[in-house]
Design a protein around this ligand. Structure first.
Ligand SMILES: [Zn+2]
Length: 169
């Protein structure tokens, strides 16, 4: 049934969310697939974490305690979790040194669709102006036009602003 079709623009980060949440098993496999190389060495954990913090593009993800092999603190790109650019700090328990490892991948931020596309907004506005006001009926009208259907929450958000701008709330 066409009304249940998923929109085409599910962003990369949303669709990969699921498998990342199923760690530890798949999580660590995911990391070993990445190629990390050592970039910097710090003389303390504070120095290392301050450096990472100052870069302002990393968000701490998880800490992996490996006993004698040290502790690893993993960071993801703040822009998007699915971005292949990641780093981890490796805390050496014997020397207090902290090594920073960085993936060799470039940043890759798949375009994130925040709300409806401009094209979709126009379509919704047209339908709305015909007097079709409920999300359900609007989706039906859009489906009849053979358009990729928007997510209902996004549609509802847009309808709210549309109703406000038309002065009937
Ligand atoms: Zn990135």
């Amino acid at each position: 049934m066409s009304l249940r079709q998923l929109p085409d623009f599910v962003s990369e980060s949303e669709s990969s969310e699921g498998d990342e949440n199923s760690y530890p098993e798949t999580f660590h496999k995911k990391f070993t697939r990445q190629t990390y190389s050592q970039h910097l060495i710090f003389s303390s954990k504070l120095e290392a974490t301050s450096f990472v913090k100052a870069e302002k593009i990393w968000t701490q993800r998880t800490t992996d305690r490996r006993g004698d092999n040290g502790t690893r603190i993993y960071y993801d790109c703040k822009m998007q979790r699915s971005c292949p650019c990641k780093l981890y700090l490796c805390l050496d328990p014997s020397s207090q040194n902290v090594s920073l490892f960085l993936t060799e991948s470039e940043h890759n931020h798949a375009e994130k669709v925040v709300g409806l596309s401009e094209v979709m907004k126009t379509e919704v506005r047209n339908v709305f102006d015909l007097g079709i006001r409920t999300p359900h009926m609007i989706l039906k009208a859009l489906a009849e036009k053979q358009l990729d259907l928007p997510e209902k929450t996004k549609l509802c958000n847009f309808l709210k602003t549309l109703r406000l701008s038309k002065g009937d709330s």
